[in-house]
Design a protein around this ligand. Structure first.
Ligand code: MAN
Length: 493
């Protein structure tokens, strides 16, 4: 009996207001009938196909006539369409839209239709909008209080970031000014004082000394490499043969650490240093330098010829520096008093001091310029959080997230900061997995007043997902956002 009463109320409401059941007020105009002037008959066309003309009474007659289902907005007789939902008026609360297949299925979907209108035929669901609205108002107040607190913290962070940016810009201007002054001074010195140059010659004694030194280095390298090979072979055997079932933590830790070391080991070909090659290169460099301009001498260190990252080249690099460096040049000089010198050297220490200062200023300016151009997210917000790091022990491991730096799982590097997008911090190029990829991680930020790491998972081997509470992603919420997260307390209904 009640079924009919409810259904009648809805139908009557619709008739009185001449509205179509299930249709949002903003779309009611689409359901205006076409009235035949002669016969007075009412007709209506399917919304997405006007060639299909129905009698007006076919709307909501529980039979699906239109391919788009538009003739049945208030029943579940048409197949499910993603964009088609039944409108619940929810007087005293917020209107809702429910999938048509949920209509009259005997379930009170109060989270969407607090007025129970989704069950207009079963009458199972009395209107609970007033009670639910009271709960919602309370929820909204609580959330708003938290959000307000978080937003105040977020604004403070933005303000700090902005202050830091201003400070950096001021420092940068100051440094640029200093650089300009130093450059002007340096030009004056070069004009007035770069006249005293010394000729330094290639030094046979020094070279033979270096040659002896390289020989002794070669034999040390050989013996150390043999030791490393032997230790690696012992540990490789241990990794292959140890019994993991013994649960010996010390052995397990050593095995894990060796695997990490081995996976991340950079395989530098250790090779002996070719003495003849070194001496030849030194001679050539010395010859080249004796013909270079003063400016070129100031820019020493351009060692484009030595690009291979071998141990031998490393030694060459330093030997090269050795032949171009004042302090080291003094050592050569001291060890070979009778030498004739071909290296041209600017003796004025003022100029050298200035040049060093200019280089340091240029370096610092470059750092600050890069920093100002870096992406710190919306409102530059991450700028003031560069030194923030959050730690938490979750499950087996302790995690440390340096917001713009890196993530560590114990001593294992999960990744270095790469970029920030869509409320997520991305970290890449971590330590290599044993038989797997380089580790990486994505940190999803969730609104809250204090930074806190709340969860970690490893959906793919060595690819980690973190959830971190942070005020920086907080924002004002609309009623729709709040409603999406609001949960009804059914005990209080
Ligand atoms: C360690 C941890 C794990 C990871 C394995 C892969 O135990 O980093 O998270 O899955 O290595 O071997």
């Amino acid at each position: 009996m009640r079924v009919h009463t409810l259904s009648l109320i809805f139908y009557l409401e619709c008739i009185v207001s001449s509205s179509i059941l299930g249709v949002d007020p903003s779309k009611q105009h689409l359901y205006q009938p076409n009235i035949n002037q002669e016969t007075g008959e009412k007709s209506w066309s399917c919304l997405s196909d006007p060639t299909i003309i129905l009698s007006y009474s076919q709307i909501n007659d529980n039979y699906c006539d239109c391919p788009d289902g538009s003739d049945e907005p208030g029943t579940n007789s048409c197949s499910y369409k993603l964009d088609q939902k039944f409108y619940c008026k929810n007087t005293n609360h917020i209107p809702g839209y429910i999938e048509n297949y949920k209509l009259n299925d005997g379930v009170c979907d109060y989270d969407v239709c607090c007025d129970g209108s989704d069950e207009y035929l079963t009458s199972k669901c009395p209107d609970k909008c007033s009670e639910i609205h009271q709960q919602f108002v309370k929820y909204k107040e609580d959330v708003s209080r938290d959000v307000e607190k978080s937003l105040a913290i977020k604004n403070q962070i933005i303000e700090n970031s902005s202050k830091i940016k201003i400070e950096i810009s001021e420092k940068l201007n100051n440094l640029k000014h200093q650089l300009k002054t130093r450059r002007e001074e340096s030009e004056l010195y070069i004009d007035d004082e770069v006249e005293n140059v010394e000729q330094v010659d290639e030094e046979a004694d020094s070279l033979s000394e270096i040659s002896r030194y390289i020989s002794s280095m070669n034999s040390k390298i050989n013996s150390q490499q043999q030791t490393i090979n032997r230790l690696e072979s012992i540990l490789t055997k241990l990794v292959g043969n140890y019994n993991p079932n013994f649960n010996d933590l010390a052995v397990k830790e050593s095995v894990n650490q060796f695997q990490e070391y081995f996976s991340n080991k950079i395989d530098l070909a250790v090779q002996e240093i070719d003495i003849q090659n070194v001496l030849q290169q030194m001679k050539e460099k010395t010859r080249e330098n004796s013909g270079t301009s003063n400016e070129a001498k100031f820019n020493e260190g351009n060692l484009n010829d030595f690009v291979e990252p071998t141990f031998g080249n490393m030694i060459l690099f330093y030997l090269n520096k050795f032949t171009h460096n004042d302090v080291e040049a003094e050592v050569i000089k001291a060890s070979s008093p009778s030498s004739t010198r071909s290296k041209t050297k600017i003796s004025n220490s003022n100029i050298e001091g200035l040049e060093k200062e200019i280089k340091a200023l240029e370096f610092e300016i470059n750092l600050y310029e890069n920093d100002l151009q870096a992406d710190f997210g919306p409102d530059d917000i991450l700028r003031s959080l560069q030194s923030v790091s959050i730690t938490n022990k979750i499950g087996e491991y302790s995690y440390k997230i340096g917001l713009l730096d890196s993530i560590y799982q114990g001593n294992v590097l999960i990744g270095k900061y790469s970029h920030f997008d869509d409320n997520k911090l991305h970290f890449r190029n971590g330590d290599k997995c044993w038989n797997g990829p380089y580790r990486s991680g994505v940190v999803e930020l969730i609104c809250g007043s204090n930074h806190k790491l709340i969860s970690v998972s490893e959906p793919e081997k060595c690819e980690y997902s973190f959830e971190l509470i942070s005020p920086i992603v907080c924002q004002e919420y609309s009623d729709e956002d709040l409603l999406a997260n609001f949960e009804i307390n059914y005990d209080d209904l």
